[in-house]
Design a protein around this ligand. Structure first.
Ligand code: SAM
Length: 271
């Protein structure tokens, strides 16, 4: 059932609405972002404006992408258009390129306390826009953050770890308990910082996504029965690693090297 999230708004479960009510957590997130005047800030899912308001104390203007029509209308009533540009849209479909600044010095800084049901697809989608993004600060379910920052040979290490670390420098900042939200979620949360890796901007994520899908779909299997035959069939040279390795034992730089070898063959062969 939907519950009153404050100010008369009923928190909508289908939009993953858990509103931040702990001012010290809001402050810690804004301190971590350290926004400065002149930067192009975009908040995904501003909700009842807990973060929005705190960010607007530090910068004159912010973009916000909110799917909930009622919340978008509230935000427009509360903040003048010169201060907050509200994009009433689904962040999973939104074209972040439309608010990218001109020139490399105006890359987007994206922030958000994300709805947990859309966090992984959104992270993958934002890869498409990364050339126009400087960094991302997100509150996510703690397990998702653990997966994003995980090292090889740990339980949490998987596709999301490799994909995110391939294109971002990632850092887990701090944990946030359910009591910081209204209504409280059933899970613990963490805040993660992700800075776009400029050295990887020219690389297409698709070959990496393809090899990760092949290897991690059966993550307990050795690569000699999954990844290596797949590479052979596409005439991609085998990497110089033991065929008895399982995908979670392969470090990110080796995944990048395998993806680079794949990138040298055509898309058609990769399918
Ligand atoms: N930022 C607020 C806070 O910290 O209190 C709200 C956080 S709440 C967890 C998630 C917010 O994202 C809600 O406002 C919800 O309506 C919005 N939202 C959910 N799905 C979305 C989507 N696909 N695109 C854009 N906003 C979305």
């Amino acid at each position: 059932m939907d519950t009153d999230g404050g100010g008369g708004h009923r928190a909508r479960k289908r939009f993953g609405q858990h509103f931040l009510t702990d001012a010290s957590v809001v402050e810690a997130i804004v301190d971590a972002i350290a926004p400065r005047e002149g930067e192009l800030l975009v908040e995904i899912g501003p909700g009842l404006a807990a973060l929005t308001g705190a960010l607007l104390e530090r910068v004159p203007h912010l973009h916000a992408v909110e799917i909930d029509r009622d919340l978008a209308a509230r935000l427009r009533r509360r903040y003048a258009a010169q201060r907050l540009t509200v994009h009433e849209a689904d962040a999973l479909r939104f074209d972040f390129g439309t608010i990218a600044g001109s020139g490399a010095r105006r890359r987007l800084r994206i922030v958000g306390n994300l709805p947990y049901n859309v966090s992984s697809p959104l992270l993958v989608r934002l890869l498409d826009f990364r050339a126009g993004i400087e960094d991302q600060h997100f509150m996510l379910q703690r397990e998702v953050v653990q997966r994003i920052v995980a090292s090889a040979s740990t339980r949490e290490f998987g596709r999301l770890s490799v994909l995110m670390q391939a294109f971002y420098d990632v850092e887990r900042l701090f944990d946030v308990p359910p009591s910081a939200f209204d209504p409280p979620p059933k899970v613990e949360s963490s805040v993660v910082r992700m800075r776009v890796r400029i050295d990887r901007l020219a690389h297409d994520p698709s070959p990496l996504q393809a090899v990760l899908a092949v290897a991690f779909t059966q993550r307990r299997k050795m690569i000699r029965t999954t990844l290596l035959p797949w590479l052979d069939a596409r005439q991609v040279p085998r990497p110089a690693i033991a065929p008895t390795l399982r995908p979670e034992q392969i470090e990110v730089p080796m995944w990048l090297s395998i993806a680079d070898s794949c990138a040298a063959v055509s898309d058609v062969r990769l399918r």
